[in-house]
Ligand binder design. Structure first.
Ligand SMILES: *Cc1c(COP(=O)(O)O)cnc(C)c1O
Length: 399
């Protein structure tokens, strides 16, 4: 049977009539009012609401400073700049992540060096980081994949030994904690994203949290062209109108109405986290005895914020590949996804000279992962539909 025949034979009435996405935002009337209030006011950008959002994010994660950016990707770029990444510097990045985790290194002329992942947590394996260190290594960008914190103790030990900056990509991990400490207060700099599929949204947007004043000052200046108006930092001063550009920065600012949305969403973060955690637990419970899949593995001390629920299909127990299972779930109107193609397998990275085989665990795991829908705005009925569809599809394709 070719794939088309399998799907046609499978056919029948789908578990759901309407399509359930893998993730989406939750917006209430108060979010809309918060944005409108700013639109009716004096400042559209870089006004008082930005500062308020930054203060609230910093307070929430327990960091001294927060600097907002127009996106999480821009925030990562800023962090690479602040860390001093420049041409010839190597930065260690996990293979299994979104391209932006590595692209930010390229923006600064640095070289991403890909570390393999732990086959249980899918987070970067500290042992793999250790092996890749050279005299050119400047920084590590650990990614809290799916919301599960990385092994901070071991990563900090390595960073301390070789004097490396840790830029944590916590786009998945707002609200997560490691050994009782909130993500955002642990690494030298931590990035969160406010894209609509993430924990809270500002439409687009990102932030870096840090306890380091020097990083903070650089980040603030970087997001506004490398320009400063701070009198004590000026090299000359021609008068009240005067400002100076000290390095090549960008316009990476977030608007005040986006920040207003962010503040309003932050008020709901605990509710969002509770829902995500509850749904993840329900998936675990309902799917635990299914031998054709492996469920997410949580390490001791790491409390996930459950951005994604990633299952691995056990291809030995099925007569179809991941692709057929994925397509069958789509036919059931379940919005499945795959996170992620290992970064260096993207054609652009291949053109840069990276080759298949670099990180065998990441490559192997990529072949069998499927992300199930998980977001606070889904109902428990939606959740049951996903469970039903997974059981139906796996049952169909089992030996
Ligand atoms: C979403 C995401 C980013 C980028 O954030 P944007 O706000 O979309 O620019 C970076 N890294 C990871 C792991 C992400 O999931």
């Amino acid at each position: 049977m070719n794939n088309d025949n399998i799907l046609a034979a499978f056919g029948g009435k789908p578990v759901r009539d309407s399509y359930l996405p893998y993730g989406r935002q939750w917006l209430d009337q108060d979010d809309i009012c918060a944005v409108l209030n700013v639109l009716k006011g004096e400042y559209l950008t870089t006004g008082p609401v930005i500062s308020q959002f930054e203060k609230e994010i910093a307070r929430y994660v327990g960091a001294k400073y927060a600097v907002t950016f127009s996106s999480g990707t821009a925030a990562l770029h800023g962090a690479c700049f602040a860390a001093g990444i420049a041409s010839g510097d190597e930065v260690i990045v996990p293979a299994l992540t979104f391209a932006a985790s590595a692209n930010c290194v390229l923006y600064q002329g640095g070289k991403p060096v890909f570390a393999d992942i732990d086959p249980q947590t899918y987070n970067v394996a500290p042992g793999s980081i250790q092996k890749l260190i050279t005299k050119n290594t400047k920084a590590i960008i650990p990614v809290d994949f799916t919301g599960q914190p990385v092994e901070h103790d071991r990563i900090q030990e390595i960073a301390g030994k070789y004097n490396l900056v840790i830029i944590e990509d916590a786009a998945h991990a707002l609200g997560a904690s490691y050994k009782g400490q909130k993500i955002g207060s642990i690494s030298d700099m931590t990035m969160f994203s406010f894209h609509p599929v993430k924990h809270i949204t500002a439409g687009e947007g990102g932030v870096i949290t840090t306890n380091n004043k020097m990083f903070y000052d650089k980040l603030v200046q970087f997001r506004t062209h490398g320009i400063t108006r701070e009198r004590e930092r000026l090299k000359k001063n021609h008068g009240p109108w005067y400002y100076e550009m000290h390095f090549l920065g960008y316009n990476y600012r977030m608007t005040d109405f986006q920040a207003a949305l962010g503040i309003s969403q932050l008020k709901k973060l605990e509710l969002f986290l509770q829902k995500r955690t509850l749904y993840a637990e329900k998936y675990m419970e309902a799917l635990q005895n299914i031998k054709q899949i492996n469920l997410p593995h949580q390490k001791e001390g790491a409390v996930s914020s459950w951005h994604l629920f990633v299952i691995r299909v056990n291809l030995n127990r099925l007569f179809a590949g991941r692709k057929e299972i994925f397509e069958a779930l789509q036919k059931e109107n379940i919005g499945v996804n795959v996170h992620y193609l290992p970064v260096y397998l993207h054609p652009y990275y291949c053109e840069l000279g990276y080759q298949p085989g670099l990180c065998p665990n990441a490559e192997q795991i990529y072949e069998s992962i499927i992300t199930l829908p998980l977001f606070p705005a889904m109902s428990s009925g939606d959740l049951s539909d996903v469970i039903k569809a997974v059981k139906k599809v796996l049952g169909y394709f089992s030996h």
